[in-house]
Ligand binder design. Structure first.
Ligand code: XUL
Ligand code: CO
Length: 437
């Protein structure tokens, strides 16, 4: 197939002084930071849904995207052609991974059997292109939210048949992810939630979701899929309340239903914002439970209250993300997956390159800055010092479980008042971070 982007060559690294909009200023794949290359640290991934299926429509307006390779039909030929274009894009960008929903890559047929056949036909091309380019699958997933059959949810639907359809669809999606050597598989609860409690048996729906995930774990074992399973929190959209509302809610659900050892979290920045948290909060909550798996890198807009899925460009944000990720030991099976879309007004194909180059550079800078902050050591030392009362004596006794209310009362009655508190030095620390940005 002829090149779709003939005027764009492989995006080079040209360094911070470059003025070339089609070059990386910070992402230098082979550069070693803190013992690993940037490529290994960041494991960048392009999403198929926004980048190759997004058409720029919104609730007020028609599609705007100019995608000359796509005839917008549901034909298999169109789907296969799109795969070739996508891989030319991944290759030119130098992205080591991509991610997809089953229905992004292949059209839905009249029956489940026909749909599976369509998927197999396109997976064959995906496999060829992965082999040709060396680009790998970061994770696969199933689209369980577009079709009207999922109006009441998928695994949490009030309709048992819909649960069965969901199981069949996810079975197939796990199998093709395995076939394509996927490093993981994501469960995002597209419509697993409710719009009103008046018609909802919340407990029953949660039980069903857990039963469904246990079946997925079982099937994963059965087919020998070694990839990591992830659950992706989001508090709302499309439903009013999504059950997987934030990292803490997901962890509680996974613990309650004995699933914690089988799933980690895939955290998305804009979902954190919608939940009223910072992305760093979500990362720290996941890391504390040993469940930090992967990230969907994007950002919202402070002036808009919905999931705008913009490309990340804020260095302060990427620095915070990379600090938490490095502190947690780095990404292993996961990656920095751009679950982000170009604005409706950025409708030319070249905008896809600008968007990804910007996101990759923003994360590369965040990585370099976070590594420098860690190397400098003052931030970590401040935190260590702040908790020093727990390193010996009374604090150590409490932490090691060798204390009691009686013992602590005795101690305090004798001492009268706690040792004085020290300043939290928030502004001092904010200034410290800015020294590196
Ligand atoms: C939706 C979202 C999804 C998941 C995969 O907000 O983030 O695209 O990442 O289903
Ligand atoms: Co996402």
């Amino acid at each position: 197939m002829a090149s779709t982007f003939p005027n764009i060559s492989r995006i080079p690294y040209e360094g911070p002084k470059s003025g070339n909009p089609l070059a990386f200023k910070h992402y230098n794949a082979q550069e070693v930071i803190d013992g690993r290359t940037m490529r290994e640290h960041l494991r960048f991934s392009v999403v198929y849904w926004h980048t190759f299926r997004g058409r720029g429509s919104d609730m007020f307006g028609a599609p705007t995207m100019h995608r000359p390779w796509d005839d917008q039909s549901d034909s298999l030929d169109n789907a296969r052609r799109r795969v070739r274009v996508a891989f030319e894009f991944f290759e030119k960008l130098g992205a080591p991974f991509y991610a997809f929903h089953d229905r992004d890559v292949a059209p839905e047929g009249a029956t489940l059997a026909q749909t599976n056949k369509n998927l197999d036909a396109v997976v064959k091309v995906l496999k060829e292109e992965q082999q040709r380019t060396g680009v790998g699958l970061l994770w696969g997933t199933a689209c369980l939210f577009v079709h009207p059959r999922f109006a009441h949810g998928a695994a949490t639907s009030c309709n048992a048949d819909v649960f069965a359809y969901t199981a069949a669809q996810v079975k197939k999606a796990l199998e093709v992810t395995h076939q394509l050597g996927g490093a993981g598989y994501v469960f995002w609860g597209g419509r697993e939630g409710y719009s009103t409690l008046l018609n909802t048996n919340l407990k029953r729906e949660l039980d069903h979701l857990a039963a469904f995930l246990h079946m997925a774990v079982e099937h994963k074992k059965k087919i020998g899929f070694q990839g990591q399973l992830y659950i992706e929190p989001k508090p709302k959209e499309p439903t009013k309340h999504q059950y997987d509302s934030d990292a803490a809610a997901c962890l509680n659900f996974l613990r309650e239903y004995d699933l914690l050892e089988h799933l980690k979290l895939n955290l998305e920045t804009n979902h954190a914002t919608l939940a009223g948290h910072s992305m760093q909060h979500e990362l720290e909550v996941a890391a504390a439970a040993g469940a930090l798996g992967s990230i969907d890198a994007n950002t919202g807009d402070l002036l808009l209250g919905w999931d705008t899925d913009q490309f990340p460009t804020d260095i302060y944000l990427t620095t915070q993300c990379m600090l938490s990720i490095l502190n947690a030991g780095g990404l292993t099976t996961g990656g920095v997956n751009f679950d982000a879309k170009v604005r409706r007004e950025s409708f030319e194909p070249i905008d896809l390159f600008y968007a990804h180059i910007g996101g990759m550079d923003a994360f590369a800078r965040g990585l370099k800055i976070a590594a420098a902050i860690r190397k400098d050591g003052r931030l970590a030392e401040f935190v260590r010092q702040r908790y020093r009362s727990w390193d010996s004596g009374l604090g150590q006794q409490i932490e090691s479980g060798q204390s009691s209310f009686e013992a602590l009362e005795k101690y305090m009655l004798k001492k009268g008042e706690p040792s004085p508190n020290e300043s939290g030095r928030q502004e001092f620390l904010e200034n410290l971070i800015n020294e590196f940005i």
